[in-house]
Design a protein around this ligand. Sequence first.
Ligand code: ARG
Length: 584
Amino acid sequence: MLELMAKLSTVAKAALQGEFGDHPALVSDLSIGRATKREFGDVQISAAMALGKKLGRPPRDLAALMLKSVAADELVARAEVAGPGFVNVWFKDQVIVDAATSLELRPIGRGQTVVIDYSSPNVAKPMHIGHIRSTIIGEALKRVLRALSYQVIADNHLGDWGTQFGKLIVAYKRWLDTDAFAKAPVEELLRIYIKYTQEEKREAGEEIAEDEATKSAPPILQEARRELVKLQAGDAKNVALWKTFIEVSMAEFARIYARLDVSFDVTLGESFYNDRLAATVALLQEKGIAVESEGAIAVFFSKERDGEELPPFLVRKGDGGFNYGTSDVAAVLYRVEHWSAGRILIVVDERQQLHFKQLFATARRLGVTASLEHVWFGLMRLPEGVIRTRDGEGLIYLDDFLDEAERRAEKVATEHNPALSETERREVARVVGLGAVRYNDLSKDRRTMITFTWDKALSLTGNTAPYLQYAYARMRSILRKASAEDYAPGPIAREVLSPVERDLLTRLLWYPDAVEQVARTACPHILCDYLFDLASAMSTFYAEHPVLKAEPEIRSSRLTLIDRVAQVLSDGLGLLGIGVLERM
Ligand code: ARG
């Protein structure tokens, strides 16, 4: 469809150029896209509305001008001017049939490097729901961009440095239960970390009770700061502890990534940038971008220069320590210099929007021209009882969550198809359970807050993974039956194409467009919507069209159609990180 639109755009533009010559308004491509409703054709040219003013002509006149050439084109069956100046276009059936033989994605990313910073959990704490969403969305974006031939570097920007380590070292020395640590290290680290937090809060409360005016940091926090300074100075004992924390956390994360089939090209955490921080701040100061203020060093912004008034961005604290943002500046520079990244996507929840605005404005002033995007998402609300949380802070155990998903999917599978063998049921449970969780995350616009419920995620109807997976399994079952009868798929016969079949074919043609849109906007739900529409159109098709019982020529044409739809469904779900099943 994208090629067809490009051809049409050229024809329409030539018509306007015939009238207006090489007018500057006609330099870029004409806007053209999928018709908003089926009654409006296959595609609509909407360029006339924007061009009316620039060319000094009523949009409907411009549309009429384009119509003449477009209607006469060999690809086009019919065209009309509609509304304020749209040109509605229907392609010839044969054009649609021919185009549907190749649904390959265009290699639009060739030669361009994109870094995706995602997942990025913090060491010694279990992943929270924000990290899970980041992992799922980031992985989908990686697959989509790769499929379009972008050179993608998947980077897990681990939170493996910073103040939590001082606290953890204190907690470790005071409260570690070595047996528990040997059995479930990350759980034990979390337990003592929470204990630390409570202790710090308690001490801070006591201080306040004593004297609000002379309030100083609680003693335990002072101790944590001392441990952190020792760690940063390279104290052997503390460095060894820090390494242990990373090791056990990474082992835990790795297990989860394997379970979700997520992989990274590099894991360059905050600590990787540690020895670049001083130079980064020096560079910012040298260029006059960062200045000293009350002992600290910060970047200040103005509306005139940065387009927006933002609060100062701290890059060095009063005590000489560096900030989360400092390592982010170093990371942007590294990615641009080391990988020649033209685009950097950072997948983190909405609470960090200000941080990334500050970071990107700072990078701009350093001369970074790459596209810098904070791919933010709303947090997922978990109704009480959906997932076990152990500290009241929304930290969840992802493993428990995925186990639960599989358990519930297995129940659904058993009810749905009691004939499945034990092994099949296990496989269905795994693929459907994980798929349901993932799709639930991906199918809603990431910028909205979502509420997770098991019933919705696992429903066999509606815009869910189980629905799409089931639609796929049904198509495969028809194709298997056909093959058992020796019915071979054949060319799609234009002569017997019903309106519903033509509609289905046309929908297939929009697949590459949906994938490219996801790449442009970093919004995976666009692909989900597309796949859901396709599967829904497929069920309309079944309702009216026999397949195995149809006349041979029609049958073989329909088998090919089903095969194509199944292929796109499984490819599309694959880009989202979701598997399909032959049977369920
Ligand atoms: N570790 C951070 C957190 O959990 C997310 C890091 C995201 N990436 C970045 N470059 N800041 O909040």
